[in-house]
Write a protein of this length. Structure first.
Length: 275
């Protein structure tokens, strides 16, 4: 069986490494051109890994490029992994392999189809999230499921920690399923569309702290969009401050003046790290 990989982020590189740890071999890899999406969250370059493992590497801005699709067909790729690639795959791309295209989504599908999975899991106060491996179809994260791994959450987790847990879960899930994929022994389970939810994408401007809102919503937003995301922000004396971490002060003396605090109607937030 021949396998390929499409990725440009750390999640994908970790998954490639996990596939090799499990005895797999890649016959083909695709990533973005070096000068594209330099500021993309988690952006990495897979050139060294491909060179070390003699994997032919191709660089395209779009996975729907006709030349790329034809190359996949000519190489007779059975399964193609696509991880962390922010484009909707065309029908021609999905049909370019002999068996299918495998995606990894950082939620417990069918919950949380769409974008910004890590921030939304925190913003929605979920008590668990996870990573789902599925066969891609023409919908958005809607194809049949191969397997899942759960990640428990608490009310203190931030995006930095959750991102690492998601990377680790990708590694574990690839290792868990690789043997069955290599031996062509696995079961696909259709998603229950009645339980599906779609989470929209988020932009850097969505990180603005509502100074008229609740302190608890502000603290949660800061945790949700801290590194590797653009960060939560507010304006102090006309200057934009990006807040990377903060905590709610249980006791606060109103007579103390501290530029590293934000007063809300329901409490005071201490800024621990900002720029």
């Amino acid at each position: 069986m021949k396998f390929g990989f499409v990725t440009c982020v750390q999640l994908g590189l970790s998954s490639m490494e996990a596939f090799y740890h499990s005895g797999g071999k890649l016959d083909f890899a695709v990533t973005l051109p070096d000068d594209i999406a330099k500021n993309k969250s988690g952006r990495v370059y897979i050139d060294n890994f491909c060179k070390q493992n003699d994997i032919p590497l191709f660089k395209y801005e779009s996975i729907n490029n006709k030349t790329l699709i034809e190359t996949i067909r000519k190489k007779n790729i059975d399964w193609l992994f696509v991880i962390g690639w922010s484009q909707i795959a065309s029908k021609d791309f999905l049909n370019s392999t002999k068996k299918g295209v495998i995606g990894m989504h950082p939620t417990l599908l069918p919950e949380g189809r769409g974008r910004a999975s890590i921030p939304w899991a925190i913003l929605k106060n979920l008590d668990r999230t996870g990573v789902t491996m599925f066969k891609m179809d023409e919908g958005v994260d809607s194809g049949p499921i191969l397997d899942k791994i759960e990640i428990p959450l608490d009310g203190k987790i931030n995006a930095t920690k959750l991102y690492k847990l998601v990377v680790d879960a990708h590694f574990k899930l690839i290792r868990k399923t690789s043997k069955d994929l290599l031996n062509n022994k696995f079961k696909l389970i259709a998603q229950d569309n009645s339980k599906a939810s779609i989470w929209p994408g988020r932009k850097p401007e969505d990180g603005e702290i509502n100074l008229e809102g609740s302190i608890y919503d502000a603290e949660k937003l800061i945790r949700a969009v801290t590194h590797p995301y653009p960060g939560a922000f507010y304006f102090h004396k006309g200057i934009k401050r990006i807040v990377w971490s903060a905590r709610v002060l249980e006791n606060y003396d109103n007579n103390i003046k501290n530029s590293n605090t934000i007063k809300f109607n329901d409490g005071v937030l201490l800024i621990l790290n900002y720029c």
